[in-house]
Design a protein around this ligand. Structure first.
Ligand code: URA
Length: 190
């Protein structure tokens, strides 16, 4: 049987399983509706998240909140977590051993929530969930079916803040998410 989010959080504890524990302020577990139909997976906490103990509360998070509206969603409807639960110093890319050590907890979170749709934000989350080495430019905007989940890889909102050319594509993909939610609802009614 799947564990509850509280059980998973308790097991994670004040984690010292990798070296990120030495530089982080807080373990950023995840936030949102434990029965969410849509779960978002980002990369790792940034400075704001490390201090505030919640995913996506900095600039990328503010933009994510705006994007959610394009899919007819609010933050309270969804669940948000990251590949890594601790901030890499200087927002460095997650390292393979950090991903390997940390992601069993993410897997348990997915199992607990059982969303209909997993939206992976950026390269690291998309490659981890889809078990692929393909780049995000290739993956984004295409729905993949893995097991019981529909997976929608999209650009990371922070990438679109740095590179404005990505904004229309990201906004397109949130409208696609709206259609995907409607499709999954229709399928459930059959
Ligand atoms: N970027 C992420 O990938 N996750 C966060 O929680 C914040 C910024």
């Amino acid at each position: 049987m799947a564990k509850t989010l509280e059980e998973i959080r308790a097991e994670l504890g004040d984690c010292t399983r990798c070296e990120l524990c030495e530089t982080r302020t807080t373990v950023v577990f995840g936030v949102g509706n434990p029965q969410a139909e849509v779960m978002f997976i980002g990369e790792a906490p940034g400075r704001q998240e490390d201090l505030g103990a919640e995913p996506f509360i900095g600039a990328a998070g503010k933009y994510l909140n705006e994007l959610l509206a394009l899919a007819g969603l609010e933050r309270k409807d969804v669940y948000i977590a990251n590949v890594l639960k601790c901030r890499p110093p200087g927002n460095a890319d997650p390292l393979p051993h950090q991903i390997e050590t940390c992601t069993p907890f993410l897997r348990e979170q997915v199992r607990s929530i059982k969303p209909l749709i997993l939206v992976t934000l950026g390269r690291f989350a998309s490659q981890f969930i889809l078990k692929t080495d393909s780049g995000i430019t290739h993956l984004r905007g295409q729905v993949h079916i893995t097991g019981r989940y529909s997976v929608l890889p999209i650009y990371h909102p922070a990438a679109a803040l740095y590179d404005q050319a990505k904004k229309p594509l990201l906004e397109h993909d949130f409208k696609l998410l709206k259609l995907l939610i409607e499709k999954r609802h229709e399928e459930m009614e059959k």
